[in-house]
Design a protein around this ligand. Sequence first.
Ligand SMILES: Cc1cc2nc3c(=O)[nH]c(=O)nc-3n(C[C@H](O)[C@H](O)[C@H](O)COP(=O)(O)O)c2cc1C
Length: 185
Amino acid sequence: MQLYDAIHRRRTIHDYVDATLPAGAFERIIEAAHQAPNHKLTWPWRFTRIGRETRREKLLPLGIRLKTPAGRDPSPKRVAKITQKLMHPGELVVVSVVRCDDAFRAREDYAAAACAIQNLQLAATAEGLGAKWSSGGLTTHPETYAAVGIDPAVEEIIAFVWIGVPAKVPEIKRPAIEAMLREVP
Ligand SMILES: Cc1cc2nc3c(=O)[nH]c(=O)nc-3n(C[C@H](O)[C@H](O)[C@H](O)COP(=O)(O)O)c2cc1C
């Protein structure tokens, strides 16, 4: 797939078919992410590939608990929805950034990691797959750090990135570029 096609076709995919990725796709996608630019060559991104066991045994119960009002039992409908969300995508990659004390460098490191995530999403599109950058409550919960083995004193989780076979590709109407583009003579 040509680069411009991948850029224009990429959409945030919310619904996935319950399927694994084709052989080699994950490795190609993550290598594409690793090609992102990074100032001063700090290589700030870390990718943690989360297996199905951790998703099912740790993240799913936590996700259900976070979405259920205290003292109530989760409804079967809610459990089914969260199960689909957490278990259907073929892959879950937790993206974290190595912390540093310098505020300017930390900002640049976050920007570099965001470039890596976009590379990842474009590569997934080029593979005929879909991806989603998620930054909701589950992604940064203290119990999530423990579940995925990331020390919050050392790294900050910035995204859960889901990768898989899209069940549905949403349409997004973007504002015309003229609203964002200024030209100065
Ligand atoms: C920093 C960042 C965080 C995001 N977090 C979420 C999220 O938590 N949940 C979600 O549904 N989409 C999330 N998205 C995806 C956006 O909702 C999506 O990019 C937007 O709706 C535009 O759709 P498109 O990606 O198909 O162009 C995030 C995107 C970015 C860049």
